[in-house]
Design a protein around this ligand. Structure first.
Ligand SMILES: [Zn+2]
Ligand SMILES: [Zn+2]
Length: 395
């Protein structure tokens, strides 16, 4: 039997196991770096299928690496995510509104399906559990530790509003600013006070002016996390957090420096002092490779997924997979859910679709497409060389 057909049949035979992964993680939503139940469940399933697991991977308690080795051929890694988002429902509980339950099921599912063919492919299958995509970005320290140096190709998919092999994610810096002034009675001795809230107010105004002069892809958005203790006391301490994003890291470095300069200007204007630091890891933009995109499009079409965006349709959010894509050929694909209402990832309304029959249908097709890409690479003498050459040239 043809290898791809055999792979499709293996996937069909594992449908229940794969849907169980999605459902368990959906029902047990955990915030980033607290995904203890989720990572344990995934490890147990992978061990059942013979994966050698390294727990507490890269020093992160909810990270792991699973591997099945068979040959000197390519090493293909699937990156699982399983962190939820805060604040859903009346009780404002965590929920999988970004569909990371589906990412966990699709990546672990693909690794398990391929493991059943390990004796027929001269290659290695790796599954990496990467915590906290929504917050600190667990892939960033992994990249810094060099764990992708022996991996040839990285694959991951994400539910979205469209099928897209040309996703662009923005580079991002996350900066926390703290202003310090001097407290005084706001009515009886205002002349004695140095107002740290005025500094944030002026910083916000300065960023508003900057916005006219930034490139279209850039985004600056923030919140005040502490604005003072009482209206009758001049605030002597305030804090705000900003996300600063742009399509390319090089431009973002300049933009972030401008925002920092605005904060310094606001401090100068008000007589406060300002300190700042990153409160989450910085992400780089996603790097796409045409040769990998072509193989993915072919495999998506083979499983019946059509209407695929294949060239730049603007940027969206940011992801730590961007950092991975800068050092290792990466195919990140968005898969559309066919749903009856207009809602998007992170919307509360999206929650009811990420573990639905429609999500399962796309889950099985996505696994088959990812495994198809892997088989194309495992069984070709030249494909990996071509991808690597392209990766080097684009770099
Ligand atoms: Zn998200
Ligand atoms: Zn997500």
């Amino acid at each position: 039997m043809n290898l791809k057909k055999e792979m499709y049949e293996i996937e069909d035979s594992l449908k229940q196991e794969i849907e169980n992964i999605s459902h368990y993680i959906f029902m047990n939503p955990e915030l980033g770096n607290e995904e203890f139940k989720s990572s344990k469940y995934l490890i147990n399933v992978l061990e059942k299928y013979g994966f050698i697991i390294e727990k507490n991977y890269c020093g992160m308690p909810t990270a792991f690496r699973g591997e099945i080795n068979k040959g000197s051929g390519p090493t293909i890694a699937f990156l699982a995510e399983y962190d939820a988002l805060p604040g859903y429902g009346a009780a404002k509980k965590p929920g999988h509104a970004c569909g990371h339950n589906w990412i966990a099921a699709s990546t672990c599912g693909a690794a398990i399906v391929l493991s059943k063919l390990i004796n027929k492919i001269n290659g290695n299958i790796v599954i990496i559990g990467t915590p906290a995509e929504e917050t600190t970005g667990g892939k960033v320290p992994m990249v810094e530790k060099g764990i992708f140096n022996d991996i040839d190709i990285v694959l991951q998919m994400h539910l979205e509003g469209q099928n897209n092999v040309a996703c662009s994610t923005l580079a991002i810096d996350c900066i926390k600013f703290q202003f310090r002034g001097k407290a005084s009675h706001a009515s009886s001795h205002p002349e004695e006070g140095i107002n740290a809230l005025d500094a944030i107010n002026l910083m916000y105004a300065g960023i508003g002016c900057l916005r006219q002069h930034i490139t279209k892809d850039a985004r600056i958005h923030g919140i005040i996390t502490y604005g003072g203790a009482a209206p009758n006391t001049v605030p002597d301490f305030t804090e705000c957090k900003f996300h600063i994003r742009a399509g390319k890291r090089k431009y973002l470095d300049e933009l972030t420096q401008k925002v920092i300069n605005i904060a310094k200007g606001a401090a100068l204007m008000t007589g406060t002092s300002v300190s700042y630091e990153k409160f989450e890891n910085s992400f780089d933009e996603l790097k796409n490779l045409p040769s990998l995109q072509d193989i993915m499009v072919k495999n998506l079409k083979e499983v019946g997924i059509d209407n695929i965006i294949t060239s730049g349709e603007g940027a969206s959010g940011s992801s730590d997979i961007g950092n991975v894509s800068q050092i290792c050929p990466t195919m990140y694909t968005e898969i559309a859910l066919d749903i009856p209402e207009k809602c998007f990832v992170h919307d509360e309304a999206f929650l009811k679709y990420v573990d639905s029959d429609e999500a399962y249908d796309k889950l099985h097709k996505s696994i088959k497409a990812m495994c198809g890409v892997a088989l194309d690479i495992f069984t070709s003498d030249s494909l990996l060389d071509k991808i690597k050459k392209e990766f080097k040239n684009i770099k």
